[in-house]
Design a protein around this ligand. Structure first.
Ligand code: SAM
Length: 227
């Protein structure tokens, strides 16, 4: 069975996984767990699926890969089919940030110490959740695609998240504390596009005005660097 290919966003997710037992929540085709095992990034994987069609697809993908001894497909909602303490990390990819946040909020004591999240829209609400839930942002990528896809590795840690040190908070929450430090063309294009879009609708007192100010601050951070 040939090794399944991943698109650029899932390749970025794959590179941030390294653990003993990993769970891929909302696995669909199960290509990610197959690559995780093939590349030795975990010794076991659990693929979780809620819906019958993707669940059948995941089961077929695992059988075809002949990795049934290492990848188990479980039916259920989010972390529901995972036991507390069973996994070292989990990935939640290709869903909206609100959906991912809802799954994380329902997970309770089943949450693992490391999470790799890839929302299809802004990661703002996941960064806010992480600060509240006691996870630090350890790595961030922004992958060009149909949209710019954020990919975050979050790790459970105590105290203030050092990733936010020296970066204006609103800009860091919206665009990513590490992404703003890293810079690059993808994030610059995203911020410039936001400024163009928001400039057309922003008026004092509106939410869009605040968003425009945040985007301008983020652009200044890219231009001047983090002090
Ligand atoms: C758009 S697909 C993304 C598939 C894959 N993770 C990727 O990034 O290519 C989202 C998948 O998540 C599943 N899903 C959505 N909500 C879920 C939940 N609460 N628990 C488990 N799976 C869920 C859907 O059935 C669907 O297969």
């Amino acid at each position: 069975m040939p090794t399944p290919t991943l698109d650029a966003r899932l390749e970025a997710v794959l590179e941030l996984i390294r653990t003993d037992v990993h769970a891929d929540i909302g696995s669909d085709h199960a290509r990610l767990p197959v690559r995780v095992i093939r590349e030795g990034r975990a010794s076991r994987c659990i693929a979780v699926e809620l819906n019958p069609g993707p669940l059948a697809l995941a089961r077929r993908g695992v059988v075809r890969s002949r990795l049934q001894d290492q990848i188990e497909v479980r039916e259920g909602d989010g972390f529901g089919p995972i036991l507390p303490g069973e996994i070292g990390s989990a990935s939640l990819c290709g869903m909206g940030a609100y959906t991912i946040r809802g799954i994380l909020e329902r997970a309770g004591e089943r949450l693992p110490p490391a999470l790799i999240v890839q929302p299809n829209d802004s990661a703002l609400h996941l960064r806010l959740w992480a600060r509240y839930a006691g996870y630090h942002v350890r790595a961030e990528r922004l992958i060009a695609g149909y949209w710019p896809y954020p990919v975050l590795r979050l790790e459970r840690a105590s105290g203030a998240d050092p990733a936010y040190g020296g970066v204006p908070l609103d800009a860091a929450l919206k665009y990513g504390p590490l992404l703003l430090r890293l810079g690059g063309e993808v994030i610059r294009r995203q911020i410039e596009a936001d400024i163009v879009r928001l400039s057309k609708v922003a008026a004092p007192g509106r939410e869009s005005w605040h968003e425009l100010e945040t985007a301008k601050t983020a652009l200044a951070v890219l231009d001047d660097g983090v002090k």
